[in-house]
Design a protein around this ligand. Structure first.
Ligand code: ASP
Ligand code: MG
Length: 402
């Protein structure tokens, strides 16, 4: 007998018919002789709707109250799914995050799981109940509800799979797996059979919507093998694990991220310590910096350009202005930019990968503003309105229509 964790995203439980569909998938798994723990997200756009509801009343509500509100979304899904499973005649119990033992820190809206006290989960499994757990939420040491950040239910599922040493962790969604690009935009995008944690982490971080990046980080840390698959079409999905079969595929995916702002600081004094001062200030304020570009000093000054999330662009500009780093520096921020990236573990040992990407962009007359690379990815910052064209050109260069 195996223990299987199955997670269903918001679109998979969007309405009564979809909830019944999930109940059938879960009970089929149970009928086959497995213990099953199910993690669900809020139905459809519930979380967005709850956020809008808050905004109607208070543009800047306390984060604690936001978490009280948002946790309600998943409370609805677990109870209705439990009712659906009950209707099919199977023993089931739903648990909120705190009932399932999710202890988190106190960063409301972006809480981290500290541990899961699994006694309740284990007791329910021992009673042969199907256990339905609310994703995305936990409780802090003040007994207040917390949420894990948008898309956090994936992390809840992986955390349960890790804590219970589950045999399988399946992430059900509305696509059939992980694709080489967004299949709704790039018709020639293909589904991957397997992908490594590292590649998946890059894809998730760089804008692929299919898995939350923190969940992949955790899966890697605790060696939880994931399967990403469709709740609507019962065919094998994509396996995410440490090592995969070598394939001739150099590139595993092309992504686009529009949530980018580029901040420039022009005319800094060309002295040691400036970069340290700027980036430590941003780090103190929890601003994540991505691509960094520093010009060579000339006439005693240098320029520094870096990218952050769109939301953090204006915040970074304010911080830099407050710092009054050097006399006469000009600070600016643009948001009509996007980041297009290619990811693949194979590129490490293949010279010419970067030039092939740049050639594809050049052929489309797309100007590259910034470049950053790692062993398994290359990202460029370009104008936002050219991003879709860029993804398509780059995908076609590396993964031409078969
Ligand atoms: N319901 C939450 C959200 O929409 C968590 C999740 O879906 O994973 O972000
Ligand atoms: Mg943008």
């Amino acid at each position: 007998m195996s223990l299987i964790v199955q997670k269903f995203g918001g679109s998979s439980v969007a309405d009564a018919a979809r909830v019944m569909n999930v109940a059938r998938i879960v009970t089929d798994t149970y009928k086959a002789g497995n213990d099953v723990v199910v993690v669900v997200s809020a139905q459809g756009d519930t979380t967005d709707d709850l956020i809008a509801k808050a905004q109607e009343i208070n543009a800047n509500p306390a984060k604690r109250e936001m978490d009280q509100l948002l946790a309600a979304g998943e409370q609805i899904s677990i109870s209705v799914l439990a009712m659906a499973i009950e209707k099919l005649g199977f023993p089931v119990i739903s648990l909120l995050g705190w009932q399932a033992g999710f202890n988190t820190n106190s960063v409301y809206g972006a809480a981290r799981i500290k541990n899961i006290k699994t006694n309740r989960l284990q007791a329910e499994i021992a009673k042969h109940n199907i256990v339905v757990v609310a994703g995305f939420q936990g409780i802090n040491r003040y007994d207040d509800l917390t949420t894990l950040g948008r898309g956090g239910s994936d992390t809840s599922a992986v955390a349960i799979a890790a804590s219970l040493h589950a045999d399988k962790c399946q992430i059900f969604t509305d696509v059939e797996g992980v694709y080489t690009a967004d299949p709704r935009k790039i018709p020639s995008a293909r589904k991957l059979e397997e992908i490594t944690y590292d590649e998946m982490l890059e894809l998730a971080t760089l804008g692929a919507q299919v898995l939350n990046n923190r969940s992949v980080e955790m899966a890697k840390k605790y060696s939880v093998e994931l399967e990403v698959l469709s709740s609507l079409n019962p065919i094998p999905g994509t396996i995410v694990k440490e090592k995969v079969k070598m394939e001739k595929m150099l590139i595993r995916g092309v992504t686009k991220d529009k949530d980018v702002a580029v901040v420039s600081v022009i005319g800094l004094d060309d002295n040691p310590g400036i970069a340290f001062k700027i980036f430590s200030k941003l780090a103190q304020k929890n601003i994540n910096v991505d691509v960094i570009l520093q010009s060579v000093g000339r006439d005693g000054t240098k320029d520094l350009t870096f990218s952050v999330s769109q939301e953090n662009g204006p915040v970074a500009v304010e911080l830099l202005k407050e710092m009054s780093i050097s006399e006469g520096t000009k600070i600016s921020c643009v948001t009509d930019v996007a980041k297009v990236s290619i990811v693949g573990a194979g590129m490490e040992s293949h010279p010419g990968t970067a030039s092939k990407m740049f050639e594809a962009l050049y052929a489309q007359n797309i100007n590259i503003q910034m470049i950053s690379t790692s062993e398994i990815k290359i990202s460029v910052i370009i104008a936002e309105d050219e991003a879709d064209r860029a993804v398509s050109a780059v995908h076609n260069a590396f993964l031409p229509n078969a």
